[in-house]
Design a protein around this ligand. Sequence first.
Ligand SMILES: Cc1ncc(COP(=O)(O)O)c(C=O)c1O
Length: 359
Amino acid sequence: MNNLEFKHGGNIYYFAEKFNLSLSDIIDASASIVPFPIPEFIKDELCIHIKDESFRYYPERNLNKLKETIGSFHNIDPSCIMPGNGASEIITWAGCEAAKYKLNCIPAPGFVDYERALNCWQAKYFFEELPKNNFKNIKQPFPIQPKCDVLWITNPHNPTGQLWDRKSLEKLIEDYKLVICDEAFLSLTPNGENESLIPFTKKFDNLIVIRSLTKLFSIPGLRLGYMISSSIKCQDLNNLRDPWPVNSLAIQAGIKLLNSKKEYKKWIRKIHTWINVEKQWLTNELKKISQIKVHESSTNFFLIQSKHSLKDGIDYLSRKKILIRECSSFRFLDDKWARISLQTHEKNQKIALELYNFF
Ligand SMILES: Cc1ncc(COP(=O)(O)O)c(C=O)c1O
């Protein structure tokens, strides 16, 4: 596996080829994507736009309709929104903005893309360790206050699943020159939206909030995310980008899913119920394995920790067509840690069974 693949979960193509499997044979608990089929109303919308061949034309340059839809969804002025090719592309541009300041801090262990984005722009950064306390399933104050100009926050945090309390984050916005808050998993997280910093983008122009639509709707292959910040930051960054960063099908899917309020709410209810039920079930099952410690999480993934390397266990699972995320590429974690993303009940049963079998 090359270095890039190794740094993220979801290396499903690599394993399919290695074991001669089709993608759907694999239980991919290494990437934290909702495991249900894409909602029908999105599939129908995509079919309409494949049939009408609207992708024969370049997408609308200013992404006006998509920005208006996102704006009315969050009650934010469309000029303060910059849609992108997944949150990952937006992170690259947040990195560009962050590089204008002297020093960045990336709390760690954390999502690897912030480092990549800062390297793109030769920004200066350091890592500050986050406590991996075994908290209960509730929000908690952000635990560190590093000395830097730009602070990167992930809410809920990846890979630990810690949910940060909005009040504690508001205070940080006042203390730093720039705060970048990646809320890629917030809409999935039960009670997560209450902790969103989006409303504060109206009050603070030193705040960038990043959102992803890929995980919640199981459309990582379509690529769709957005930034909410001051209109000046959005405008300045947008001027540097490729002319058509979001493809026409992703634009149409985004408009449809954020405009379909009733279906959206129904989907969210389904996802939150699934997380509440399956997280409790799977973590309780895994807690029966004395060789591993199961860490609490607010969202659809959680960490397990062992006294010994989990490498053999991860290899064993992959031979059983189950992928979990090994954690040695995360700073301050090592091969004794792994991240597991919730699946449908049947697949969670298989994960639990194969982990018992291994231990
Ligand atoms: C914390 C975090 N932010 C952003 C992303 C990227 O999301 P997208 O698929 O929208 O690029 C990921 C992907 O795993 C992630 O874990």
